[in-house]
Design a protein around this ligand. Sequence first.
Ligand SMILES: NC(=O)c1ccc[n+]([C@@H]2O[C@H](COP(=O)([O-])OP(=O)(O)OC[C@H]3O[C@@H](n4cnc5c(N)ncnc54)[C@H](OP(=O)(O)O)[C@@H]3O)[C@@H](O)[C@H]2O)c1
Length: 249
Amino acid sequence: MITVSILGSGNVATHLIDAFSESPYIDLAQIYSRNLNDIQHFKNKASVTDNLSTLTPVDVTIIAISDDAIANFSNQLNSKGVVAHTSGSVAMTDLNSDLSRGIFYPLQTFSKDKSVDFKSIPICIEAENEDDLKLLKKLASIISDKVYEVNSDQRKKLHLAAVFVNNFTNHLYHIGNSICDAHNVPFEILHPLIKETAEKIGEISPKEAQTGPAKRNDIKTIEKHLAQLSNSEKEIYTVLTNSISKTYQ
Ligand SMILES: NC(=O)c1ccc[n+]([C@@H]2O[C@H](COP(=O)([O-])OP(=O)(O)OC[C@H]3O[C@@H](n4cnc5c(N)ncnc54)[C@H](OP(=O)(O)O)[C@@H]3O)[C@@H](O)[C@H]2O)c1
C-alpha cells in the first residue's frame, strides 16, 4: 500500500484524486487546498485540510498547483517521503532542496468536468534517487499502463511539443469553429476530418501526412483563403502556410 497526499484542487488534482481513490493499492491520506471549500466534496475520499502544518507523513506527496507557485510553495513543506510535482515545464530542482524531490507528470490535457481513462495516459516520472524513482514508478503503474522515465530537460521539450500538438491545434479548432458558426455550417461536419488527422499520424509521420494548398503550392487557393479572413486570422494563416511551404520546398 502506498500512502499519498495531494496538494491542489484544480484539474490535475481532481483527476489524480479520482484515480488514486479508486485503487486498493493506494491509501489517499490527505487532500490540501488553500481554499477548504474547494475540496469539501472530496471528504468521502480522504481527509481534507487547508493547513499545511496538519499534513501527516506519507510515502508520496503530489504538488498539483499552478507552475509559477510550485517553487515557493515547496519551501513550506517538510515531508520525509517523496515530494513530486505534476508540471511539464518546471524543473525538479525548482523544488525545495531539503525534500526528496520527484516528478509525476501526466501527459494529457485535463479539465475537471471531462472524465479521462488514466490507464492510457502517459505518466513521466523522475526522481533524485533510485528508491524514490522505483516508488514513483510503482505508484504511476498502479493507475497507468504507460509510465516513462524522463529527465527534466526531456520533459521540458515534451511539454514544448505538447503545446504545439494540443494547445495550438485546439486554438485552430476554435478558429475553424468560429468560421463555421459565422457562416451557419455545423462544425460537427469537420469532426471526421479532425479524427482522421489525429489517427493518420499513428500510422505515418506528420511530415508524410501533410496535405493542403500550402504543401501543393496552390497560390490562387491561398490568396482566395486570405481574402476571406480577418487580420488576426490572416496572420496565423500566413505563418503556418509559410512554415508548411518551407518544409516541403
Ligand atoms: N491541466 C492540464 O491539462 C495539465 C496537464 C499536465 C500537467 N499539468 C500541470 O499540473 C499543475 C496543475 O495544473 P491544473 O490544470 O490542475 O491547474 P488549475 O486547475 O489551474 O489549478 C491550480 C491549483 O493551484 C492552486 N494554487 C495556485 N497557486 C497556489 C499557491 N500559491 N498556493 C497553493 N495553491 C495554489 C489553485 O488553488 P486556488 O484554486 O486556491 O487558486 C488550484 O488548486 C500545473 O503544474 C500544470 O502545469 C496540467
